[in-house]
Design a protein around this ligand. Structure first.
Ligand code: WTA
Length: 647
């Protein structure tokens, strides 16, 4: 990966694709971009009129008092009404909304009409537990239909939901429940992953030992295994369902009312609760389905992300359902029972749009072409990538082996904070270059600048920023408005700092290079070095820890920990294993470190800050260059590098 240089091979959109696309030429893209930049209120106001159903219209399209923004103030709408009810008066009413495939091979097809009924019933269940607009739920579930149903049921009655990825540990779950002060937890007995049951309810029980705000737990039955139910607090979903009716009107919500909170990693040990709005968020999630995915009614659309991440929120639930798509939802692992599971699913349902991560693609590259080759992938017409930079070799493989050279590839750059795709090709308009997200979408004033906010020269590295507010931007951090301002809008006043480094080439194309802060990206999942460090120092044997990301062939980065121990006699092999396991238990299996390296001391500046940059250099190149004059104890560094030689 490291010896590949970004190149400027370009791939124009295939002519037949462009001829039918929502946006069919680069001239049309430029015209949209210009209009949005010149007249943002007219541009977004017009889209809001056309793309969403409102109960009441807005007084003003947007109001920007940096860093605070309001979009469509005074308007009301409901996200679940836009995802469901509006389709019931059209030919989509009996169209399949969700195609669900369970890992063991069971499946379910749910039409828009049926999904509307199931969501309304579950919204009534939530009302029956006393929930009302502004209350909060935590959703901790496997990828089963009840997950999007729970999400949409919350939205229907204005309850703020926070989905916690099922791979998170009880400890991580507890932190999020406490921070949100949730009243209800929605979960399942368990789910299937690689043929094994992943139990969820026991983790909920563990977490709830310390969560006094939670009054009810609703448990969907998936695996049927023995489940401990606490009388009065815990209820089976199907039992509660028997008590309610099919009718539940969608609550008119203020456009600015929080729709959900999604926790993501920042640069401290405490995750940040990203708060998204109802109107602006839904608008951009919906329009990008057309601009970026070129969605048509006859498409079968599959996004492989878990609903627990923002990609699952915007491009598995809200965006595609609001746009009336048929969406595939798959419960399990890509390699179960064999490495062709994804290709099997594409063939089985004739998937036409496929959206996945570079980590998944690199894992498939490694397994060989025979897996996709044994399946008919001719239904595909568009391929997408998200979550991390895609290296040109993986891009080429995706293009050739999966897309057979005829599917445009959209490399979509965005973040939990941005709510929707920001930089991406429009597949019928934008010539692509492998490894580049190409150009910002209309309305997105992205730039690459120095710390004064001045644009840097072409092909020079700088900070990726966004100058003008956009409808789906996050509104604050839950319970911490100061951190919202300090983290994102302070360095260059009034300008949104993405935390990514990038460069633009001579064609104005963006090449995102990675994070500039202490956030790692492991298999496309954000993980803060501090979060892992805090987990490590909770272990009784650990005195201090410093964590860095190391380039990894498949997952992009892997977690490497430098640990100093308290006094005592330890078997380092045993303890190393134990600590890896410990982190997995404290945060989640995806955070399990690849390496634990014991050291006598950590390299620090005179003011006591750990110099992660040096540790990163050690794990990457095993040599240390650059400025080390601020180091307190240089010998520490030498010892760390020597130790590596012995490995
Ligand atoms: C990285 C995921 C390069 C980036 C939607 C960003 C990418 C972080 C890309 C956000 C891409 C995401 N090319 N890098 N196409 N997409 N990233 O919040 O570093 O989980 O800041 O949102 O992932 O991760 P998050």
């Amino acid at each position: 990966m490291s010896n590949e240089r970004p190149n400027d091979r370009t791939y124009p959109p295939p002519a037949d694709f462009a001829a039918r696309a929502h946006v069919g030429s680069i001239a049309q893209y430029r015209e949209m971009y210009e209009q949005a930049a010149r007249q943002p209120a007219e541009f977004w106001g017009g889209l809001a009129e056309r793309e969403l159903v409102w109960f009441e219209k807005w007084d003003k399209v947007f109001d920007w008092q940096p860093p605070q923004v309001r979009w469509f103030a005074g308007a009301t709408l409901n996200a679940s009404h836009n995802c469901l009810d509006r389709h019931l008066t059209t030919a989509r009413r009996n169209k399949v909304a969700l195609i669900w495939e369970g890992e063991p091979g069971d499946s379910r097809m749910i039409s828009y009409q049926e999904l509307h009924r199931l969501v309304s019933r579950f919204a009534n269940v939530l009302k029956g537990r006393g929930l009302k607009a502004g209350d909060r739920t935590i959703i901790y579930m496997p990828m089963i239909p009840e997950l999007p149903i729970a999400v949409l049921a919350c939205a229907r009655i204005g309850v703020i939901h926070s989905v916690v990825f099922g791979g998170f540990s009880a400890e991580a779950l507890k932190q999020r429940i406490q921070d949100l002060e949730a009243q209800v937890v929605i979960t399942a007995d368990g789910g299937w992953r690689r043929g094994k049951e992943v139990r969820l309810k026991p983790a909920v029980d563990d977490a709830l030992k310390d969560c006094p705000t939670v009054e009810h737990v609703i448990v969907a039955k998936r695996t049927g295994s023995d489940t401990n139910m606490q009388p009065g607090r815990d209820h089976w979903w199907d039992h509660l369902d028997k008590e309610v009716g099919d009718v539940c009107p969608a609550e008119p919500m203020d456009a600015e009312a929080p729709l959900y909170v999604l926790y993501t990693s920042g640069t401290t040990g405490k995750p940040k609760g990203i708060v998204h709005s109802t109107g602006g968020y839904l608008l951009q999630a919906t329009v990008t389905m057309k601009w970026v995915f070129d969605l048509r009614d006859e498409d079968t659309y599959w996004c492989t992300a878990d609903v627990g991440w923002v990609t699952g929120h915007s491009y598995l639930v809200y965006g595609p359902l609001s746009a009336g798509a048929t969406v595939v939802l798959y419960e399990g692992a890509p390699d179960y029972p064999a490495y062709d599971r994804f290709w099997r699913i594409i063939e089985k349902y004739r998937v036409s749009i496929f959206y996945t991560s570079p980590t998944a693609i690199r894992a498939f590259v490694k397994q060989g072409e025979q897996w996709p080759a044994s399946h008919d992938l001719s239904s595909l017409r568009l391929l997408g990538s998200v979550g991390e930079p895609i290296n040109p070799a993986a891009w080429d493989w995706y293009n050739r082996v999966i897309g057979h050279g005829v599917c445009p590839i959209i490399d979509t750059w965005w973040q939990t904070e941005t709510g929707a795709i920001m930089i991406s090709p429009m597949p019928g308009a934008t010539p692509t270059k492998p490894g580049s997200g190409t150009l910002p979408l209309p309305g997105i004033l992205a730039d690459v600048v120095d710390l004064k906010g001045n644009p840097v020269e072409p092909n020079t590295e700088g900070y990726l920023i966004i100058r003008h507010p956009w409808p789906s931007m996050f509104r604050t951090l839950w319970g911490d408005p100061q951190r919202y301002e300090d983290n994102y809008f302070k360095k260059i006043p009034g300008v949104y700092m993405t935390g990514d480094a990038a460069r633009r080439d001579e064609d104005g194309y963006f090449w995102v290079l990675g994070r500039v802060d202490d956030v790692m990206n492991v298999s496309g999942h954000r993980l803060s070095t501090m979060e892992v460090e805090s987990a490590l120092v909770r272990h009784p044997a650990v005195a201090e820890a410093a964590v860095v990301g190391k380039p990894h062939e498949i997952s992009g980065q892997s977690v490497v920990c430098f640990v100093t121990l308290k006094k005592g006699d330890y078997d380092q092999d045993v303890l190393g294993q134990e600590l890896r396991q410990w982190v997995a238990r404290e945060i989640g299996a995806f955070a399990r470190p690849e390496q634990i390296r014991f050291t006598e001391a950590l390299p620090k500046t005179r003011s006591g800050k750990i110099m992660r940059r040096l540790l990163r250099e050690i794990v990457t190149s095993n040599s240390v260059t650059g400025d080390v004059t601020t180091l307190e104890d240089l010998s520490v560094l030498t010892r760390l590098a020597e130790q590596h030689d012995d490995d």
